[in-house]
Design a protein around this ligand. Structure first.
Ligand code: ADP
Length: 367
């Protein structure tokens, strides 16, 4: 049977994910201006390490990363704590939220085209390759440090896309419309999803490339490049160690790296048939995420229990353990600095503020 221990019982050191250990860590990343935006159009200003203003209106988060921030800075803020949390036995996730073109993909994977064409410079590498580089280095370190305990680690990765409320296996795109199942032993999982064992950064990069090349983007008359799918890269990390009495104990934790669909309001002009249905369904997963964030924030503040409708969308059902459940969660909310994106930026900042109010109860999975 699955035994769950509270983090405090387990003696996990405080401060692994910052001083507010049970909350959702919220980082806002402001991307540089793009070619067709003028410097004069910039309306978002970082005012300190954790604050910014938009047209003079102040907002505070856990951290603000501005246009000068590097991929290493983002790794240090969310990637390194994620690896430590995972090794301590916590399910750990990073979500990238924001409108299309705000820098979600750049943050989570690195610039996708360069990655696919093997033209990625090392400083452009996104969060995912950096997380796995650190994870494998830390696993070796742990094994050397506790050589007497015979620590064995196994890492298995999967990569899926939720598009139009249907789950596709990005490592085997012939597998479409996969179903989410739940049982008491494994928790929530996707039936028939490919899982590949990985033991090096090279293995992970190959899976990333394979999956990203299978991602689809929908083209409408409004926004040709709009990313309408949610993509979820998951790694299950299992560790076994022999104890004094010769029995081996098992610790399991999951890492989820999630690149959400663009959060912009779906304008339905010009969309018909499948596209119209798709717009509704994408709104379903994202608006359900927004609803859950509101409910969880309210529950955290009032302390009152209430039903949490995780199953109302594929995204929230699949990631229910990352949302207000057994998990450490970080959100990178990506925004553009430009005047032309003002209303979407404000909406992302408000979403980020609500997420900040959630308190998760992270526990270690141990058998
Ligand atoms: P999204 O995934 O939110 O749609 P992208 O990650 O594709 O957005 O970013 C849009 C464009 O901006 C891409 O060309 C990307 O390379 C560039 N970009 C985004 N963030 C940064 C950044 N922090 N530094 C440099 N270029 C960036």
């Amino acid at each position: 049977a699955l035994k769950r221990k509270l983090s405090n019982d387990f003696g996990v050191e405080n401060g692994v994910s910052g001083s507010d250990d049970t909350g959702v860590k919220v980082i806002v990343r402001v991307r540089p201006t793009s070619k067709n935006e003028e410097e004069g159009e910039v309306i978002v200003q970082k005012t300190s390490g954790d604050s910014l203003t938009i047209l003079g209106q102040p907002f505070t988060f856990d951290s603000v990363a501005d246009a000068t921030s590097t991929q290493v800075d983002i790794f240090n803020l969310v990637g390194a704590p994620l690896v430590e949390n995972c090794l301590a036995g916590f399910n750990s996730s990073v979500f990238a939220y924001g409108q299309t073109g705000s820098g979600k993909t750049y943050t989570v994977w690195g610039p996708a085209n360069a990655l696919l064409e093997n033209e990625l410079s090392s400083d452009q590498q996104g969060l995912t390759p950096r997380v796995f580089e650190r994870l494998f280095a830390r696993i070796s370190e742990e094994q050397n440090k506790h050589a007497d305990k015979q620590l064995i680690y196994q890492c298995r990765c999967s990569f899926l896309e939720i598009y139009n409320e249907q789950i596709t296996d990005l490592l085997d795109p012939a597998q479409r419309n996969l179903q989410i199942r739940e049982d008491t032993k494994t928790g929530v999982y996707v039936e028939n999803l490919t899982e590949e064992s990985v033991c090096s950064i090279k293995n992970v990069t190959q899976l990333l490339k394979k999956g990203l090349s299978n991602r689809r983007t929908g083209a409408t008359s409004i926004n040709m490049e709009s990313s309408r799918s949610h993509s979820v890269f998951t790694c299950v990390v299992e560790s076994r160690c022999k104890s004094m009495d010769g029995l081996s104990s098992l610790k399991t934790s999951r890492i989820n790296l999630v690149d959400l669909a663009g959060s912009e309001r779906q304008k339905l002009t010009g969309a018909a048939g499948e596209r119209l249905k798709e717009a509704g369904n994408i709104n379903r997963s994202l608006s359900q995420l927004g609803n859950l964030i509101n409910i969880l924030a309210e529950v955290s503040q009032s302390g009152k229990q209430r039903h949490i409708p995780y199953r109302d969308s594929k995204l929230t059902f699949l990631l229910q353990e990352s949302l207000g459940g057994n998990a450490k969660l970080a959100m990178v909310c990506a925004v553009s600095p430009a005047q032309s994106c003002k209303s979407e930026t404000l909406s992302t900042l408000r979403f980020a503020q609500r997420a900040k109010a959630i308190k998760n109860k992270a526990v270690v999975n141990e058998q």
